[in-house]
Design a binder for this molecule. Structure first.
Ligand code: FES
Length: 156
């Protein structure tokens, strides 16, 4: 048993809300990732047992969405949207400046494993370009100073 009893209880509660258990697979993956920071192979196998599906089916879902991770991750995740509307409003330059500030090239993480920096396709908020997503929170109408302040405010 890899998944904690608490998380397993939450998964069971979510499953009970769906007419077919499989409908709760995405929420279950979120619950496991919330607990461990990623969904390990062992957890994926256990989730497959819970949902009575094959482990490869869990892995297919896990690797399809970039919101899920199958290996340990940096503490903070920063994604700059570089799709066309954001790029027209300076997102690519913003990304280059954040790379320079962090001393890394996106996609990549700082040597201390604290921050992962990457780019993302449309965040669905083009009217507020340029956008970035930091630890799941959207930040809009950015300029480099605002973006640097957001990075500086991240905890250890
Ligand atoms: S292109 Fe960046 S939010 Fe749509």
């Amino acid at each position: 048993m890899v998944i904690s009893k608490q998380t397993r209880s939450k998964i069971d509660a979510v499953i009970a809300k769906y007419p077919q258990a499989r409908g709760a697979l995405l929420p279950a993956l979120h619950l496991v990732q919330d607990e461990y920071g990623h969904v390990s192979k062992e957890c994926a196998v256990e989730i497959a047992e819970i949902f009575e599906i094959r482990p490869v089916e869990v892995m297919e879902v896990l690797t399809f969405y970039n919101l899920f991770f199958d290996s340990p991750q940096a503490k903070h995740h920063v994604y700059v949207c570089t799709n066309l509307p954001c790029s027209l409003r300076g997102a690519r330059g913003l990304l280059r400046q954040l790379e320079s500030q962090l001393g890394i090239k996106a996609p990549g993480e700082t040597s201390d494993g604290r921050i992962f920096l990457g780019h993302e396709e449309c965040l669905g908020a083009c009217g507020y370009a340029p956008m970035m997503r930091v630890d799941g929170q959207y930040h809009e109408v950015l300029d480099i100073e605002k973006a640097k302040r957001i990075l500086d405010s991240l905890g250890e």
